[in-house]
Each structure stands twice: as C-alpha cells, then as structure tokens.
Write a protein that binds this ligand. Structure first.
Ligand code: LLP
Length: 420
C-alpha cells in the first residue's frame, strides 16, 4: 500500500481486533501537521473536521486552541480540557463560530463566557439581549468566495456565511450601542485555497479592517488549507511558507492602520487531521456487470459521505488478507452496503460513477480509503440503521480505541414505542 507510513500488518491487525468498518488515526501525522502550521501565532483547530475527544485533546496537548461551531462542540472542547473565558492579552481557548446562535449555544456561551465570532447582526443583538457583554470577533463575507466544490464555497452573495462586507460599520455600531467591542476579524473563504485567490482575500481583509480602528487585535485566516487527495500529486504539498507570508503581509499592513500589534490566527481542520485518517472496510462481494467489476464493501456513505456529497476523491488501496501478492489490476467501481445508488466511493461531482484501477481483489480482502481523517467520522450518520463505526488511534506503535463501535441498543436508545 503506498503513501502511508503505517505498515499493512497494522491495518490487518486492527481489522481483526476491532472489526470493520473501522477508522484509524495516526497520532504522529496529526502532531507533525500541527507543528507545520504553528508558524502562525495561534492555531485554532476546527474540530468539526474530527471531533473525537482524543483528537481534540491531542490538538490541545500540541498547543492548539479550538473552534466550536455548535453547543455540542463547546461541550466537547470543555470535555477535552479547553477552558471557556476571555483573558486580557491572551487568545481565548474556545471561540464559537457559526451562522446562528441557537438557544443551546447561547446558553453555553453565556455560562462559560465564550467569545463569539458573529456571522450576522442578529447574533450581536441576541447576545446583547441575553446580557452577554463580551468582546466579539466578526466573520466577514467579502463578496466573493472559493471552495473545492460548489457545496463548499463560503463567500459571495449566494453564500449564507458571514457578515456582508457592506454591513461591517453597522455591526461595529450595533456592538458599541450595546457596550461590546469587535476586536477580531475573521475571513474563512472556503476549503481549497489557491494563491492568486488568496492574495485577493488578503486585500479584502485589509479593506475590511479599516473601520475597526485601534480596537482590532486579531485577524483570522479561517480554515481551508488544502491537502492533496490524489495519490499522483501527493508529493506536492501546499507551500505553507508562502501561505503564511501572504497573511503576514496583510497583518503587517493592518498593524499600520490600527497602530499596534495584531495577532494572526489560522483555523484549519482538514490540514491537521485528513492525512492521519483511514477508513478500513472489508470487501464483502465482487460482482461483474457487463464490463464493470464491482467491489462492494461494508462501509458506505453513512461512514464516509464526501464522495457521494461532493464527488470527492479518496485514494483507495487493497490489502490481501491472505497475504497473496496483488499483481493484477482491474477497473472497479467501489460501492457500499446502503440502499442508495449514490452509495459509491468512486464517483465524481454530479454523481457520475467512474471506475478506478485497483488490484484484483477477492471477498475478505481489506479496502482502505485514505485521507479520511477530516470530515469522515465527523459526517457519519445512522441512515439504514447502520451503527457508527469504531475509531482507533495509532499512538507510539500501539492501537488504542478512541471511540467504541456504537451498539444497536445505543442506536435506538432515544426511540420510544408509544402505546397503540
Ligand atoms: N473555519 C470555518 C469557519 C469553517 O467553516 C471551516 C470549514 C473551517 C474553519 C475548516 O476548514 P478546513 O481547514 O477543514 O478546510 N465537509 C467539507 C468541508 C466543509 C467545511 C466547512 N467549514 C469537506 O468534507 O471537505
């Protein structure tokens, strides 16, 4: 199996011990990626990518702060050891960034004194009405966006995210009228950044910073640091130095405007965890239909939805369980167990099913989907009453369970059968 430091024997052992489908995270990869991004003043882990408590706790141990996008993510962050609250001169450990403040989140924000990165004037008003007088940051929609698919574009007048750039002054005023200051500016412009586009984003944040004056203390580059999913491009990683320099230049320009130092934060999810994660499945059927070979595996879009949802590409490897050499290849479609035609891992955006050149496999072999640590387990569902798969972490050479496989009982525990 290429492009991973984990020996095949570990996948075979893990599948035998914990069953399939199974998520495996490699601790060393997460630590390495965090270190790389720590050129920024603060690395705020976007836990939505992989909210497993051990992963969030590992990010904390490595010096990250954390982003929470929901009441549930606030609870997870607290459970993983992060603290709520705002201390002068320190970056807050937890920041809440979402499109709305639902009532659960508002309650927790108030209870734990968690700063909010607002995405609409209504959020400012709701905080004021709830008696929360914290410092705020503001997520700005600069009027244009970017993304790895149409579903991940996060800017422009058809994007639901952020405060529209022409409303920044109104938000500053609204905050001030309610005794709050906006001290941070945040611009998450979609996942999958190219440098030409990024230069545009940096210009936009410099523009957006002008009305804040000396109150501004932090700018955040948001998330969106890409990774390379295609195995043939694996050698070409994003130039982090160049990425940082563009943002650092923007920060320095903003420093001149506001007249003091401004912290530069980044908020990656995918970059920190995607490459650490694998989804291991077992091939349960090998079928031939006309000229097409199908490998049907015991993982589906209830586990990894990215191919079905975005047409995302994930590298696929096959491991022969009986150790036989895999010399022959076939063009195969890889599908899952769900009663949905779209339950196919080899598809392109728009739902077009394609084949992939893969080793000739047989029932019982393992099929591994790579780079699945971000938005993998995080986006799983119980559809077709499929249980959430177990998650294990390879830590110092040992496999450790970080999430037990859901039991059937747990899956149904909140259902109630009414009296008919
Ligand atoms: N910050 C904010 C405000 C975000 O909305 C996101 C992602 C991130 C940070 C982290 O972005 P990253 O560095 O992971 O690209 N589920 C999709 C992507 C949607 C991401 C949503 N927000 C996927 O599977 O690619």
């Amino acid at each position: 199996m290429n492009n991973t430091n984990i020996p095949e024997s570990v996948f075979v052992k893990a599948a035998a011990e914990y069953g399939t489908p199974l998520w495996i995270y490699d601790r060393a990869t997460i630590e390495q990626r965090i270190k790389e991004v720590q050129v920024f003043d603060h690395v705020r882990f976007a836990q939505k990518a992989c909210p497993n408590l051990s992963v969030v706790a590992l990010a904390r141990k490595c010096g990250c702060v954390v982003d929470a996008v929901s009441a549930g993510e606030i609870v997870r962050a607290l459970k993983a050891g992060f603290k709520g609250g705002i201390e002068k001169g320190k970056t807050p450990e937890i920041v809440y960034t979402a499109d709305i403040l639902d009532r659960d989140a508002l309650e927790l924000v108030k209870q734990y004194n968690i700063p909010v990165n607002v995405g609409s004037p209504d959020m400012i008003q709701q905080l004021a009405d709830a008696g929360v007088k914290n410092e705020l940051t503001i997520r700005v929609n600069p009027g244009f966006g970017h993304g790895h698919s149409r579903k991940t574009n996060t800017g422009g007048d058809l994007s639901k995210h952020g405060v529209w750039h022409e409303q920044i002054k109104d938000c500053i005023k609204l905050a001030q009228q309610n005794g709050m200051w906006i001290t941070g500016l945040h611009m998450h412009i979609g996942s999958g950044t190219d440098f030409e586009h990024l230069a545009q984003v940096c210009d936009a944040i410099i523009d957006a910073a002008r009305p804040f004056g000396s109150h501004l203390r932090t700018i955040s580059a948001g998330g969106g640091l890409p990774i390379e999913y295609h195995e043939e491009n694996k050698g070409t990683r994003i130039d982090l130095k160049k990425y940082y320099e563009l943002w650092n230049n923007a920060r320095n320009r903003i420093k001149e405007t506001v007249g003091h130092d401004v912290a530069l934060e980044v908020e990656p999810g995918r970059y920190l965890v995607a490459e650490s994660g694998f989804l291991v499945a077992e091939i349960r059927a090998v079928k031939k239909q006309g000229n097409n070979t199908f490998y049907l595996v015991d993982a589906g879009f209830t586990d990894l939805v990215r191919p079905s949802f975005y047409g995302s590409y994930h590298q696929i490897s096959v491991i022969a369980r009986d150790g036989r050499p895999l010399t022959e290849t076939v063009d195969a479609v890889v599908g899952g167990p769900l009663c949905e035609s779209g339950d196919v891992f080899t598809q392109e955006e728009g739902g077009f099913v394609v084949t992939r050149k893969l080793p000739k496999a047989q029932v019982g072999d393992l099929l591994v989907l790579h780079d699945a640590g971000a938005y993998g387990a995080a986006m799983s569902s119980n559809y077709n009453s499929r249980r959430y798969a177990a998650e294990v972490m390879l830590s110092n050479g040992e496999l450790k369970v970080v999430r037990e496989r859901q039991t059937f009982e747990q899956m149904m525990q909140n259902d109630r059968v009414i009296d008919f």
